[in-house]
Design a protein around this ligand. Structure first.
Ligand code: GLA
Length: 716
């Protein structure tokens, strides 16, 4: 049992962490502690310091203030004047004051489903705390699901309207956590299109800090994942808390550092979300996840990696080595080109050829055809089915690109249903990449997409789908939703998207799904529930990828990160660049993205030997434990290693990216190597002791700015 409910406390334990709360006066859930395991007697007391001006209440002669105590879950309007997690408006009285009082707590093995939303699954135990606001007659249930081995606790809430009047949720955060009053750093993943998820570390100053997306997608600009660390924490030492959100739409990570300490919240926020709760209706928030490590930032990342692998990602899926047509041909596809492309792919040992955008309706450029999921006769004279048979008869698997949530105005779908896109009826629609966003909040639209994809791929053996989403939502107004529910548009858009994903993975159970949103614009745990991997970025320049991949590793296992060797800037004509591109790409599942029809035999030979080499260490890259060694933003190079469970196999990589001066030396300390073992370097056959690996491999920077080196060790 990892949850213990006693008279005076509720304690949650994971393998290495402890979380504690108590119920003040049997009424108010108070947060006591989250950190490494300690004796219960050492748990902090409730903070009784009252700051002037803070509203207070009396419990048996003792004074407390909601504004000062650490709360399990914070709500607006009744004495907590900090940023709060829940704000509910009573539409009858116009009051937004609520006071949720503890009613009961219980724990059970397993968990409840969150209706319509993706959630973590696997071996787990759940704590349910029920609270009630007597005036609005609404019931608030707080859920804590414990994933013991990964040291992860997930949280969400359900709000039920048991009264007779309408309520409106104005702000919904899935969790709030009041941390000890200390000095912290924030590590967040920020960027832009084609440069997403670069890791930044900032000191948390006083005030409110919001990491947010209002774009209808988790976004290129800000990822929901973040860490809070002590100021001196390193990869291997110090306290690190990590947080994430199992959701793919607009979100808010909100931190407030004020007189009582740091409050950390993850949820839907208040800018792109509101929700009408009629009598007897209930609402569930998406799930937030958190972990803690006392052994530094690296361990917090590994906790998240192990959690994502065991509780989020689809099970029993492979990561094929793909050759994708996009950078090779863009929209200039035809059957002959694709068949030759497949032959080229076979000749170097690639196992799946992926036909990207440009194969359906009038889609010969990005101006037209999106939404019309009918294979174009111009390309497939005998139909898509025959074409796929021809590809597969070459002994290679087949993948295809789709973008189901979008439509070009120049399409049959839009001409037939102009009312099926997100729009404010009184204003011109705003285009982005010549496309509009379908109203996925409308069940009829979702049903239509299901039917057209079903018709398009029925009876055709497709091994791999790349599901794209190539713009953000601007005017998020669903024509379908009634006026009083328009504020639910973004949330209900995501419910529609998840319903479609859910249907899709059941309809095509054997296919591998790669998610994409102009690269990594939806690189999040919601999408990872359905997709084995995600197209990391549209930026395939290896030197830039180093930053993007390094940043992604903080929250996401490397197996989720599609990494392609491409011929940007002639990388494929130049052997050194090709080697560097490959060394950068083997940080995750390998693929290729270039015109193999233009490659000469020399290049093809290099590629087939790369693929053979990759297969020697593919398993450890996809499933090993990941350790960051060098940070490209601060160390001038990127270095990391993977190690298997019993530490008998280690794969190390060092990647220069122009930041290193020639001759500069780095020590790559492989601290996970076992001191009692000897390891053989599989490239040189030299034997090196684990103790020496722990002291560090010395690497000297090369004069080439694009230079990489790898080491593959096996215990003797
Ligand atoms: C997005 C993707 C690319 C490619 C194009 C096709 O930009 O990220 O990989 O699929 O769309 O239009």
């Amino acid at each position: 049992m990892s949850i213990r409910i006693s008279d005076d406390k509720i304690i949650i334990k994971t393998k290495n962490t402890m979380y504690a709360m108590c119920i003040l006066d049997k009424k108010i859930p108070i947060h006591l502690y989250y950190g490494k395991k300690i004796k219960e007697a050492m748990l902090p007391e409730i903070d009784k310091k009252i700051r002037s001006f803070s509203p207070y209440f009396d419990v048996n002669g003792e004074i407390y203030s909601r504004d000062n105590i650490k709360q399990e879950f914070s709500f607006y309007g009744y004495g907590d004047l900090r940023a709060t997690a829940l704000r509910v408006l009573d539409l009858q009285s116009g009051s937004d004051v609520t006071n949720y009082i503890f009613k009961s707590a219980r724990s059970f093995f397993g968990r409840k489903e969150i209706q319509g939303l993706p959630f973590a699954e696997g071996e787990c135990e759940t704590l349910e705390i029920v609270c009630e606001d007597k005036v609005t007659q609404s019931e608030l249930c707080l859920y804590y699901t414990v994933f013991y081995d990964s040291d992860v606790i997930s949280r969400y809430f359900t709000l039920k309207n048991n009264g007779n009047g309408d309520l409106k949720i104005l702000k919904a955060m899935s969790m709030s956590l009041d941390l000890l009053d200390k000095d912290y750093d924030l590590i967040s993943l920020r960027g832009k299109y084609a440069y997403e998820r670069v890791a930044h570390r900032d000191h948390i100053y006083g005030g409110v800090h919001r990491i947010t997306s209002r774009r209808g997608a988790s976004s290129h600009q800000f990822n929901p994942f973040f860490m809070i660390t002590d100021r001196k924490a390193t990869e291997e030492k110090g306290d690190a808390y990590a947080f994430n959100f199992v959701y793919s739409g607009s979100f808010l990570d909100e931190l407030e550092l004020e007189q009582s300490g740091l409050r950390v919240m993850v949820g839907l926020g208040d800018e792109s979300f509101s929700y009408l709760l009629k009598p007897s209706e209930s609402f569930s928030s998406p799930e937030a996840v958190m972990t803690y490590s006392s052994k530094g930032i690296g361990q917090a990342s590994r906790n998240m990696h192990s959690f994502v692998r065991s509780a989020i990602l689809p099970k029993n899926k492979i990561h094929p080595i793909v050759l994708n047509s996009w950078e090779a041909f863009y929209f200039k596809l035809d059957e002959k080109i694709m068949l030759d492309f497949a032959d080229g792919a076979c000749s170097v040992g690639i196992d799946t050829v992926v036909m990207d955008d440009g194969w359906f309706g009038a889609r010969r450029n990005d101006n037209a055809g999106l939404g019309d999921w009918i294979p174009t006769k111009e390309i497939f004279a005998d139909g898509l089915g025959k074409f796929v048979e021809r590809i597969r008869s070459r002994g290679i698997k087949f993948g295809i690109w789709i973008e189901p949530e979008m439509v070009n105005p120049d399409s049959d779908l839009y001409r037939a249903h102009p009312d099926w896109v997100m729009r404010d009826a009184k204003r011109e629609v705003l285009l982005s990449r010549n496309q509009l966003v379908l109203d996925m909040a409308n069940p009829e639209v979702v049903e239509y997409i299901k039917q057209s994809l079903d018709r398009c791929f029925d009876g055709i053996e497709i091994d791999y789908f790349k599901w794209d989403m190539n713009r953000n939502i601007a005017h998020a107004v669903s024509p379908y939703l009634p006026i009083e529910r328009k504020g639910e548009t973004q949330f209900r858009y995501m419910l529609g998207v998840y319903e479609l994903y859910d249907w899709f993975v059941k309809r095509f159970p054997n296919a591998v799904l790669e998610n994409c949103s102009g690269g990594g614009g939806r690189y999040d745990l919601g999408m990872m529930k359905y997709s084995t991997q995600i197209w990391t970025s549209d930026n395939t320049e290896a030197k830039d990828r180093v930053f993007i991949q390094h940043g992604s590793s903080y929250g996401y296992p490397m197996s989720t990160m599609s990494c392609h060797v491409s011929n940007r800037h002639g990388q494929c004509e130049d052997e050194r660049k090709l080697d560097y591109s490959f060394k950068v790409a083997i940080n995750g599942p390998l693929g290729y993205e270039f015109n193999i029809l233009k490659a000469d035999q020399r290049i093809k030979d290099i590629i087939s030997s790369q693929i053979k080499e990759y297969k020697n260490y593919e398993e450890i890259i996809l499933n090993g434990d990941f350790y960051r060694l060098k940070n490209p933003s601060t160390d001038g190079c990127y270095a990391y290693y993977f190690v298997n469970g019993d530490k008998t196999e280690i794969f190390v990589s060092y990647l220069q990216n122009g930041g290193d001066a020639k001759g500069k030396t780095h020590k790559l300390k492989i601290s996970a190597a076992r001191a009692d073992m000897n390891y053989k370097n599989l490239d040189t056959n030299e034997v090196i002791s684990g103790a020496e690996l722990r002291r560090g491999i010395i690497v000297v920077a090369d004069s080439e700015e694009r230079y990489g080196k790898t080491w593959h060790f096996i215990a003797e």
